[in-house]
Design a protein around this ligand. Structure first.
Ligand SMILES: [Zn+2]
Length: 187
């Protein structure tokens, strides 16, 4: 069954139960408490299907001017969605992965300006790439928030990795940098 239809069905049932509970409220206050509990744990509104196109609330952010060469066919544009900034092609894939997973993927980093990459390199030269050579500067890399998924060995994180990798994202160093994924490129 289609997941969105299933959620619509659940929400419809919640509405019905809520109406029933309102009728019974005078004699069965406990029923209302139960409905409150159901509503509190209801899933957040699902993402619209994205299949290769950007979600409507995606905003233009600017262009990337530094970083390694872009793969053929990609332009240096950048777009923003829910605090994540990426190249439009990478964003469409990121949104598709989020749709499959049922919620926006939690990341600690996406696009970095040249200055932000320089600062990251200063902070952790052994891990961050030198400014001018990072795919973060092209909006083609994300760092997934491992803590948000219970660590890099958790089933939840492995599921995120599996979905991203099925949509063209690569990890060039899964042991050293398990959080770092890049779209269509390796690095
Ligand atoms: Zn990274």
């Amino acid at each position: 069954m289609d997941a969105l239809a299933a959620i619509d069905g659940v929400l419809g049932r919640v509405t019905e139960i809520e109406a029933m509970a309102a009728r019974l409220a005078s004699s069965f206050p406990a029923v209302l408490a139960g409905v409150e509990q159901v509503l509190a744990t209801a899933p957040e509104a699902p993402l619209a299907p994205s299949r290769g196109s950007l979600l409507p609330d995606t905003r233009r952010f600017g262009v990337s001017t530094t970083g390694p060469p872009l793969p053929p066919g990609l332009t240096p544009e950048l777009v923003a969605w829910r605090g994540v900034v990426l190249n439009p092609a990478a964003m469409a894939s990121f949104q598709e992965a989020s749709r499959i997973l049922g919620a926006p993927i939690r990341v600690t980093d996406s696009y970095r300006s040249h200055e932000q990459q320089a600062a990251a390199y200063d902070r952790k030269p052994g891990i961050a790439a030198p400014p001018g050579s990072s795919y973060h500067e092209r909006g083609l890399a994300i760092d997934v928030d491992g803590d948000a998924y219970g660590g890099y060995d958790s089933a939840a994180f492995r599921r995120v990795a599996q979905v991203l990798e099925s949509l063209g994202w690569h990890r060039f160093d899964p042991r050293g940098e398990p959080w770092h994924f890049s779209y269509l490129v390796t690095g």
